[in-house]
Design a binder for this molecule. Structure first.
Ligand SMILES: Nc1nc2c(ncn2[C@@H]2O[C@H](COP(=O)(O)OP(=O)(O)OP(=O)(O)O)[C@@H](O)[C@H]2O)c(=O)[nH]1
Ligand SMILES: [Mg+2]
Length: 233
């Protein structure tokens, strides 16, 4: 298998929908998930480049692995659940510190997943409590009001650039890098991943160009003996 040319890592609290987002994008479906153990990756070919996309476990017990997965990352997707403000706070408190091992010019996307989440309420207006409640009746779906607003994500993005001492003028704008998604319906999921691929590809090309500048072409190098002229050559 060819070594990936670039790496993108999904980070965020358990249950925010990291695995679901990745499966929605790569497999075009929204299957039942189980909480991730450790990490796993998909390979995506984008133009002529191979990009690995890493899914990580949000569970506290796997926290220590996060910085290993972030090593050499070109982009990190910090994921939260728009219905759980705590999951946004956790990004700053618990997950940002794991990104120290990423590339110096690593990009950050802030993703609020589960937009348009609905809860089923019966016609009396009470919230459906699931099969155990024993309630029977006609149900209507109502949208759960979002608990986290896009401005909160934008504020976090700007804070991250400051924390990383990255120049805001040289980085993609917050509006380009903050997304609201639904892994369930697919809303904005392609946009998220493909925006990142398009940003990561020039980084890979730049890195390659820098590496080839530093490479010494042994064949074209003359040994001191060959280079010398005169009677002893
Ligand atoms: N309604 C709705 N549910 C979602 C969405 N995304 C994920 N879920 C549900 O949220 C739960 C958790 O999703 P996962 O993708 O497993 O979450 P995770 O972030 O990978 O969790 P860990 O692996 O434990 O870190 C599952 O029951 C999903 O079906 C979404 O966009 N909308
Ligand atoms: Mg998972």
């Amino acid at each position: 298998m060819r070594k990936p040319d670039g790496k993108i890592v999904l980070l965020g609290d358990m249950n925010v929908g990291k695995t679901s987002l990745l499966q929605r994008y790569m497999e075009r479906r929204f299957p039942d998930t189980v909480s991730t153990v450790g990490g796993a990756f998909y390979l995506k070919q984008w133009r002529s480049f191979n990009i690995s996309i890493w899914d990580t476990a949000g569970r506290e017990q796997f926290h220590g692995l996060g910085s290993l997965y972030c090593r050499g990352a070109a982009a990190i997707i910090l994921t939260y659940d728009v219905n759980h403000p705590q999951s946004l706070f956790e990004l700053e408190d618990r997950f940002l510190g794991l990104t120290e091992t990423a590339n110096n010019d690593c990009l950050f996307a802030i993703v609020g997943n589960k937009v348009g989440l609905t809860s089923e309420r019966d016609t009396e207006g009470g919230e459906k409590e699931g099969p155990a409640s024993g309630k029977v009746g006609s149900c209507v779906s109502t949208k759960v009001p979002k608990q986290v607003q896009p401005e909160d994500a934008v504020a976090l993005y700007k804070k991250i650039l400051k924390y990383k001492m990255l120049d805001e003028r040289e980085m993609p704008a917050a509006e380009q890098m903050c997304f609201e998604t639904s892994a369930k319906t697919g809303y904005n999921v392609d946009l998220l991943f493909e925006t990142l691929f398009d940003l990561v590809v020039p980084m890979i090309m730049r890195q390659r160009a820098e590496e080839s500048d530093q490479t010494v072409d042994i064949a074209s190098c003359k040994t001191p003996k060959q280079a010398r002229s005169g009677c002893c050559a």
